[in-house]
Design a protein around this ligand. Structure first.
Ligand code: SAM
Ligand code: SF4
Length: 318
């Protein structure tokens, strides 16, 4: 479906829980969050109905996210039923990767096409510091098992934080030399826990290009592509730069989001929401249509240093 600004909207991101097994410093409060009542979270039938209605409006790409989607009970079953929806061409998940060694093969069998794994440090001590409780080895093992299960290329999301992991840029880039992996550097956004972080934490993705000048730009992939792609000469994998702050990509935005409590968010950086919970399936298509038409032309993150968005990223799903 085409929105009010001529953009083709074909991508839906669904958060299936706001809970998480990690506490990434920029995303989750260190003390965790209050667990919502079961009845306040979308059940599987509601999620399937929302995806079905979205597909009728031209959505053909769905990403399952969270919180941590792999902590949601029955996640494989949910993936299996979404994967069966006719008209859906691409089904992916964003995960911190800790539970991939348990689930990667079953997710592949269930019909999942692609996996993005968030990993902000390759150093055990720093990884634990950023996530508060994560073990780096669990994620590294999860990446290997995901590759073995047939998710290729695996994409690794790295949120760059000045003073935290900007000294690891070269190490992340080197991962692509021998493996068919896509490392995607994402600029930290002033959302959620990162809202009041010092300015020095927010660094432009141009830092990657200045630290690794050998990177060669790849052709622009067109509509819906938010990453600028690069490659090291002779490398198997690729590098993506996702730059919501330094490089406005709202003109190419092709997505809407649904939170785990059923709110449709036309834009990540706006508090505008449409409630899809407890809505009759026949009404969903109309509400989704209304939400897509309501997408703003662009966000104002670059002009307002501190985002006013009330929800944390673990609720919205990134
Ligand atoms: N738990 C899963 C994970 O970490 O991949 C999925 C949910 S997480 C909210 C989705 C993505 O949002 C992760 O890649 C995370 O690093 C990113 N994210 C969270 N807060 C962010 C922020 N303030 N700025 C940029 N990216 C952020
Ligand atoms: Fe959890 Fe993902 Fe947020 Fe980290 S970024 S706290 S893994 S939801």
């Amino acid at each position: 479906m085409i929105d009010n600004y001529g953009r083709k909207i074909n991508y839906l991101r669904v958060s299936v829980t706001d809970l998480c097994n990690l506490r990434c410093a920029y995303c989750m409060p260190a003390e965790g969050i209050r667990k919502k009542d079961h009845c306040d979270i979308l059940n599987f039938e509601e999620i399937e109905n929302i995806v079905r209605a979205a597909v009728l409006l031209g959505i053909d790409k769905v990403r399952i996210t969270g919180g941590e989607p792999l902590v949601r009970n029955g996640i494989v079953q949910l993936v299996e039923s979404i994967a069966r929806i006719k008209g859906l061409k691409d089904l992916s998940i964003t995960t911190n990767g800790i539970f991939l060694k348990k689930y990667a093969r079953d997710l592949k069998r269930a019909g999942l096409h692609r996996v993005n794994i968030s990993l902000d440090s390759l150093d055990k001590t720093k990884y634990k510091k950023i996530t508060h409780c994560g073990e780096l080895d669990d994620v590294l093992e999860g990446i290997i098992i995901a590759e073995e299960a047939g998710f290729s290329p695996v994409k690794i999301n790295v949120v760059l934080m000045g003073g935290y992991n900007d000294d690891e840029i070269e190490d992340f880039v080197s991962l692509t030399l021998k493996r068919d992996i896509e490392v995607r550097f994402i600029e930290l956004m002033p959302l959620g826990e990162a809202k009041n972080w010092p300015l020095g934490s927010f660094i432009s993705n141009d830092t990657v290009l200045s630290k690794v000048p050998k990177l060669v730009p790849l052709p622009f992939m067109g509509h819906g592509t938010v990453a600028r792609m690069y490659k090291l000469p002779n490398a198997r994998g690729r590098i993506g730069l996702i730059s919501p702050l330094s490089c406005h990509f709202c003109n190419y935005c092709n997505r809407v989001r649904v939170t785990s409590d059923g709110k449709l968010k036309p834009c990540l950086h706006s508090d505008q929401e449409i409630d899809l919970k407890n809505v009759h399936p026949d009404e969903l298509k109309r509400l989704l249509y209304q939400g897509i038409r309501a997408k703003p032309t662009k966000h104002r993150l670059n002009t307002q240093p501190c985002s006013m968005v009330k929800r944390n990223m673990n609720e919205i799903g990134g």
